[in-house]
Design a protein around this ligand. Structure first.
Ligand SMILES: Nc1ncnc2c1ncn2[C@@H]1O[C@H](COP(=O)(O)OP(=O)(O)O)[C@@H](O)[C@H]1O
Ligand SMILES: O=P(O)(O)O[C@H]1O[C@H](CO)[C@@H](O[C@H]2O[C@H](CO)[C@@H](O)[C@H](O)[C@H]2O)[C@H](O)[C@H]1O
Length: 472
């Protein structure tokens, strides 16, 4: 490993003047990043949460690990505390001259401060700084507030070795976070907007792999910032890279385009989802949801519908029909029906499923809906929520074709439920009221999501809303 790729042993905290000189550059650069969560509100400044020099910035190549809080003033709801601003993880490279191959990673040129005249850039694009992270994970380093951990427990003996000479490349196709692939062997997902506490994106795959479930790439190492009591932030997770994998969305679209059947894959996906649910239910606490617990859950669905109808006028005519799906669930609860809740994936759709070239499915991205508070994301919930997410995804795939392929989604949805029942022993279709309510909730969420992010896609969930409202 080259000299520049070795973390400095001591870690003097980067000087505040350095952050001051970075401030104007970050204000302009941060909101343009795909993973920036606060779009639409100006960034008025930053405060430093933590700073670690992974390579001293005074050398030819410097590397700073920064946790910064972006200040974005908003009018707090009456009585609510002002939002302190989201905290982001940044890896900043510092060079005298940026080589042309790193031009897309440019953040800007420092005009003042201790490093005036230097260029700063997104270091993940640069193999040498990216190698520093792998080396730190490999050697279980502790650098300043950063702690790099390796998985130790494996029932079947061997732990996966991490070689130090794997060549890194950044993954360019993501949205919420950033990942680096090392030698097609490992993938390091760096969480961008970070919150203190146990992150399900590490927690659940770790639990599943320790439970012997092979439906997730098992975490090999991870990265944490310890910032005092109750302030532990999970920053990143290293997992085996599934070489040559396709995600379920790409595959479904490919089969659709060729007019090919996808029910075999849908059934395997149902089986994989049930394996994950079964392992989570055995490893982590479950709960029984009766009338008292279903009340707030149904209220949440109704409130989300009202908010979405406010924001998207096209949804309004269907709101009364959709509401009946939630009322039917409340009625069942009032009659004394109970449901089992457990930890689930929380944001399952075809894009979160990877198929290896040998045909094995794994589920990824257990972060849940990143916009929701961690406590909510880690709550036990009915597995029907994940199942509804997948059923909606088959519908999305079918409706992304013009004209939609008749019968394709229904066949896949049925095959998914059949596969699920084969492993779980319970067919999700035997509880149609719960499934219908969760599907409705997801379709309402999608209407809002598409209206905000991809207006061209709005007809897809709206078509579903029409069907769901007509068949309560
Ligand atoms: N273990 C893995 N093997 C191969 N590719 C992966 C793996 N994990 C993630 N990916 C790829 O990286 C992309 C982003 O991963 P994901 O966990 O969904 O990140 P994000 O939270 O940023 O959406 C996935 O769509 C997939 O293509
Ligand atoms: O990718 P994320 O996990 O952040 O999820 C968000 O974006 C998804 C789109 O990229 C969106 O999913 C919707 O579109 C998918 C097709 O592009 C489809 O497979 C899903 O079923 C549908 O919900 C997701 O809702 C949103 O949270």
């Amino acid at each position: 490993m080259s000299e520049a790729a070795t973390p400095s042993v001591t870690a003097p905290v980067a000087r505040p003047e350095l952050l001051a000189s970075l401030d104007p550059l970050l204000r302009e650069w941060l909101p343009r990043q795909r993973w920036f969560a606060g779009k639409g509100r100006p960034v008025t400044g930053f405060s430093l949460v933590a700073a670690v020099e992974l390579l001293p910035p005074t050398a030819k190549l410097g590397l700073l690990h920064l946790l910064v809080r972006a200040h974005q003033p908003l009018t707090p709801a009456r009585g609510a505390a002002p939002h302190p601003g989201d905290c982001y993880q940044l890896l900043i490279g510092v060079r005298e001259v940026l080589p042309p191959r790193l031009a897309p990673a440019l953040i800007g040129h420092l005009e003042e401060g201790p490093l005036a005249g230097r260029t700063v850039y997104e270091a993940l694009y640069d193999p040498r700084p990216a190698g520093v992270l792998l080396e730190a994970l490999r050697t279980r380093a502790r650098i300043g507030e950063l702690r790099f951990e390796r998985e130790r427990r494996r029932e079947d003996g061997e732990l996966r070795e991490i070689r130090g000479d794997l060549v890194p490349r950044v993954v360019t196709s993501e949205q919420s976070n950033s990942s680096v692939v090392y030698g097609d062997t490992f993938i390091l997902k760096l969480l961008r907007r970070i919150v203190p506490g146990t992150n399900p994106d590490l927690e659940l795959p770790l639990v599943l792999s320790r439970e012997g479930c092979i439906r997730v790439p098992a975490p090999v190492a991870w990265m944490v910032a310890d910032l005092g009591e109750e302030k532990t932030y999970i920053l990143g997770v290293l997992q085996p890279f599934v070489q040559g994998a396709s995600d379920g969305w790409e595959l479904a679209l490919r089969q659709l385009a060729k007019g090919e059947d996808f029910t075999g894959e849908a059934r395997e996906l149902g089986r994989a989802t049930a394996e994950v649910h079964t392992a989570l239910a055995s490893a982590l606490p479950t709960a029984t949801l009766g009338r008292a617990q279903m009340g707030p859950l149904v209220d949440g669905m109704t409130e989300r519908l009202e908010a979405a109808a406010q924001a998207v006028p096209a949804l309004r005519p269907y709101a009364p029909g959709l509401r009946t799906a939630f009322e039917a669930l409340a009625d069942l609860a009032a009659e004394g029906h109970t449901w089992t809740a457990q930890r689930i994936h929380g944001d399952l759709h075809l894009g979160q499923c990877l198929r290896s070239p040998s045909g094995e499915w794994s589920l990824i991205d257990f972060e849940g809906e990143p916009s929701k508070p961690l406590a909510e994301r880690r709550m036990a919930q009915p597995p029907a929520r994940d199942i509804a997410g997948m059923l909606r995804s088959f519908d999305y795939a079918a409706h992304s074709q013009h004209p939609p392929v008749p019968g394709w989604a229904d066949a896949c949805r049925a095959a998914f439920c059949t596969g699920y029942a084969e492993v779980a022993g319970v067919d999700p279709r035997t509880d149609p009221v719960l499934l219908h309510a969760y599907e409705t909730d997801k379709a309402v969420y999608e209407v809002l999501y598409e209206a905000r992010h991809r207006p061209d896609w709005l007809p897809v969930p709206l078509a579903a809303v029409r069907r769901l409202a007509a068949n309560p």
